[in-house]
Design a protein around this ligand. Sequence first.
Ligand code: UDP
Length: 453
Amino acid sequence: MKNQETQRHGRVVVLVPAPFQGHMTPMLQLGTILHSRGFSIVVAHTEFNSPNPLNHPEFIFLPISDNLTAHETSFKNPLDSLLAINNNCKAPLQENLAQMVEKKAPNEQVSCIIYDSLMYFSEAVASHLNLPSILFRASCALNLLAYHDILRLHAEGQLPFQDSKAQDLVPGLYPLRFKDLPLPGFGTSEDSVKLIQLLSNFTTSSALICNTVDNLEHSAVSKLQQHYQVPFFSIGPLHKLASASSTSFLKEDTNCIEWLDKQAPRSVIYVSFGSLTIMNKTDLTEMAWGLANSGQPFLWVIRPGSVHGSELTELLPEGFEEKVGERGCTVKWAPQKEVLAHGAVGGFWSHCGWNSTLESISEGVPMICKPYFVDQKVNARYLSYIWNVGLELENDSERGDIERAIRRLMVDKEGDEMRQRAIDMKDKIEACVQKGSSSYSSLNNLQEFILSF
Ligand code: UDP
């Protein structure tokens, strides 16, 4: 964002985003906000899934050579991939930043490193260079809190939990049930615990930033503040505070907006499971028939590579397109924020990634929640049980389950009531990003905090 009025104060902030869509986007949004407040921004990123510098001419991009193998970038074993990123990137980042710190003019100081929790090697790099570091979390506060409980439950021998406990509330972690715990959902239980240890253990960072809204999850935010005893900045939803430059790795298909323009207000269900979810072909077939039989207009994102072992062309079941005709629109990647803000969209069937969750409630769009792994289960619980703006899709094994859920959300009184509550949430969120309110003040405090280094 070019802001002629902004006073440049010669302070540089180095951002280290993780190479995933749901992590890259909020980190770049944070960069945009800090830049608009006078900081120069350096984005130190992996070569794998690198951001497009053309979308952010105001940032300096610093590629870190990651040396990842094809197996590691496939994320077939996420723990191995994450360990490889953190091992391989440490030395190059350290060297690059050391040079940068040395070369900077006296009126251009590197103030701190803000790093994504998945890029935990950055903390050691910052310590080595005597730079302050700040941890950035792209998920909700309750998710981080749940990590501590997972470690405790593991130490007490309560994990993996028995099926009979799935619906029980986890003591001290209201409203989460055992089945909502953000376990990574791959590899062995030991792998999960190792990963969670890596992601929740920070020792020398000076503060924690979370892309959340204080009044959405006040209790979790307070508990985290007590636990970590460092300044905690809840500055979300970042997409509402940053300007809208594209951060997508995939090309957004904007034709769907023209299609949406032709639909009746609040009639369309938007369907997308984010950037990482992989499903099997049977699930996709059931989704297709659920959408077709619901009778509702729908906009459906089928991301390339999102179905195990299938090419896009062979995915949709025979007879589906004939049945649906103009009532359905499928794209490979949508301009999601624009879609959710469109007046024709009345519901969102989602995997409940944290960005999708924030984007949906910020536009007053109620959801069908189909979480797959990690924090998605926590977000779905908030949506369906605490905020009452989401319908949990627990049983979708029988033909007919999905179409019923779609009708409940899009046609029934139950869905209307959820939509009204979602609209109330939208108003509350809008209030939180106004001057003087919680997220805005938290951002001011963050700015002062960085300037104090
Ligand atoms: N997204 C998008 N177009 C799509 C699907 C997703 O722009 O067709 C964006 C969405 O707006 C969100 C991000 O991708 O900002 C997905 O992040 P989220 O945390 O919801 O899920 P993840 O991909 O991390 O599982």
